[in-house]
Design a protein around this ligand. Structure first.
Ligand SMILES: NC(=O)C1=CN([C@@H]2O[C@H](COP(=O)(O)OP(=O)(O)OC[C@H]3O[C@@H](n4cnc5c(N)ncnc54)[C@H](OP(=O)(O)O)[C@@H]3O)[C@@H](O)[C@H]2O)[C@H](O)CC1
Ligand SMILES: [K+]
Length: 494
């Protein structure tokens, strides 16, 4: 699914109205119906709901939703208006709103009133029409609601977030949503690493914008959902043998950090790779053999072995950064032309030796978390330009970057970005990155393309974490070892 800019979104709206054709007010009604379905599935009708409605069409969506909620058994509704005058569709929906729904002009209530703790705040103040940072009473309202308890639901975009003008966003003047119900496709600010957290959990609602427009619009950003994954998976053939599924090579682990190497190795094996060799410190062989007997072990020396037999390489998990490792890594980077995942200490060594990037090519996948990404860029802090810097880095060095986060972004060497919302809080723990790197390497070894390996690796990791969480009852308790055991069920779930 493409992620379109705000001006393209406005054009898609106009194109749909003209070519479907559909009246603008009816399109708003369709959007409100989609919102209603989400409410019916997620919000108990007994809960008190306050809808905050601006003057534009985002406010119009809020008014249409209020009417539909009332008609569907949500009784405890209050509508706060910024103004009685607004866009034509806003005013039409204000006329349609039954007088039995409490309507008030928004003034000092947010400061003065007590609101029940289980309240649902619906933010329909500003959507894609926001053109500048919120000031005055608008900023004041946002501060006040952000301080309040309750469940916060934004329509289309959290108010204060500019859909695609990341650099202009003031993070403190944005409604902090628990859920954002966005129309048709995510807007860039909802998935961008600098601003995504403000949107809470993202739900994408299909409102039937015209497919011709969506297909022909150009964008260098896209969004992948779990529904897109099944078509990537290659079936395993009955008449096949280990050689058909590739030999993966891991340069990982050191005596004190074998866990990382073993997690990566098991993930690689469970992804389906035919054979797996681990180059590691001799002292750890006994531990490796007992934990993962499927491994072929290779004693570490400061020279790379003959790599002809291998299909894909992973360097980094638990590797350490001593001189021997550094020279071995340098030799691999210089000589290996096939697909390669670079993670953890491999990234730290590249950050310390930027000249290694001269050997980079389109088969490299660097998988930094935000700390490693900062080091690669030589920055102390990541700001609103972090994605642009990542794109520039990929284009300059002709490599691929997977920026890991609660929403991960894969930037290809041509600068195209794909966003994935497959993570769960169970993955916010040591070991998750090693597991992901192992999965991606195993998929590369099986002949998946770079992009498919990243997409399927992220999907398997996220789904397996969800399954582990379900089995153990809580994200708190999930370990990488639990996630590894669910990889089979994760495959079967797509
Ligand atoms: N295509 C779709 O996906 C559909 C979208 N829908 C909904 O429509 C909104 C977009 O509606 P729009 O009317 O274009 O814009 P907003 O409602 O977000 O707000 C516009 C008004 O806000 C004023 N504005 C802008 N910035 C500020 C600011 N910083 N402070 C105060 N006021 C501001 C703006 O006035 P100007 O002064 O800038 O002229 C407008 O008055 C979209 O998000 C969806 O929710 C449809 O319902 C379905 C199809
Ligand atoms: K909003």
């Amino acid at each position: 699914m493409k992620i379109l800019s705000i001006s393209q979104t406005q054009a898609a709206d106009r194109y749909t109205i003209e070519h479907e054709p559909i009246a603008s007010l009816d399109l708003m009604e369709r959007a409100a119906q989609a919102l209603l379905v989400w409410f019916l599935q997620n919000i108990d009708p007994a809960r008190p709901i306050v809808l905050l409605c601006g003057k534009g069409n985002n406010g119009g969506d809020g008014l249409a939703l209020a009417r539909l909620l009332r008609a569907n058994g949500y009784w405890d509704l209050r509508v706060f208006l910024v103004d009685h005058k607004g866009s034509p569709d806003f005013e039409a929906n204000l006329d349609r709103l039954g007088k039995d729904i409490l309507q008030e002009l928004l003034q000092d209530q947010l400061k003065q009133e007590h609101f029940p703790a289980d309240i649902v705040w619906v933010d329909a103040l500003f959507g894609s029409g926001l053109s500048r940072v919120l000031e005055g009473r608008y900023a004041e309202w946002i501060y006040q609601i952000n301080e309040r308890s309750g469940t916060k639901v934004s329509i289309d975009l959290p108010s204060g977030l500019m859909g695609d003008a990341i650099a202009q966003t003031d993070l403190l003047r944005v409604f902090k949503a628990d859920y954002t119900l966005t129309f048709q496709y995510p807007k860039l600010a909802l998935v961008h690493p600098y601003t995504a957290a403000l949107a809470g959990q993202l739900e994408v609602l299909d409102i039937g914008l015209h497919p011709d427009y969506l297909q022909s619009a150009e964008s260098s950003y896209s969004w992948m959902s779990l529904a897109d994954i099944q078509s990537i998976i290659k079936p395993r053939k009955k008449h096949s043998y280990k050689g058909d599924y590739g030999h993966a090579y891991l340069l990982a682990g050191s005596p004190n950090t074998m866990g990382a190497a073993l997690i990566a190795a098991e993930a690689c094996a469970r992804s389906g790779a035919g054979l797996l060799s681990l180059n590691t410190a001799k002292e750890t062989f006994r531990a490796c053999n007992s934990r993962l007997p499927e491994l072929m072990l290779q004693e570490r020396s400061s020279h790379a072995p003959n790599l002809e037999a291998y299909k894909a390489i992973l360097c980094g998990p638990g590797l350490g950064q001593d001189e021997g490792v550094n020279s071995l890594l340098a030799e691999l980077l210089q000589n290996w032309q096939g697909p390669m995942v670079l993670d953890a200490d491999a990234l730290n060594l590249i950050a310390k030796n930027p000249s290694y990037l001269e050997w980079a090519n389109e088969n490299w996948i660097l998988t930094p978390h935000p700390g490693e990404f900062k080091r690669l860029l030589g920055l102390n802090q990541l700001g609103p330009d972090q994605l642009d810097l990542g794109i520039e880095y990929c284009r300059k060095h002709q490599l691929n970057l997977l920026l890991k986060g609660s929403i991960s972004v894969f930037i290809e060497s041509d600068g195209h970005c794909t966003f994935y919302d497959f993570g769960t809080s169970a993955l916010a723990k040591g070991g998750s990155g090693d597991l992901l790197a192992g999965l991606i390497c195993g998929l590369l070894a099986q002949g998946y393309t770079i992009k498919d390996s990243v997409s399927l690796g992220l999907a398997l990791q996220g789904r397996a974490a969800q399954l582990a969480e379900r089995e153990l009852g809580s994200a708190h308790a999930v370990l990488s070892s639990d996630i590894l055991k669910q990889i089979g069920k994760a495959y079967a779930s797509f």
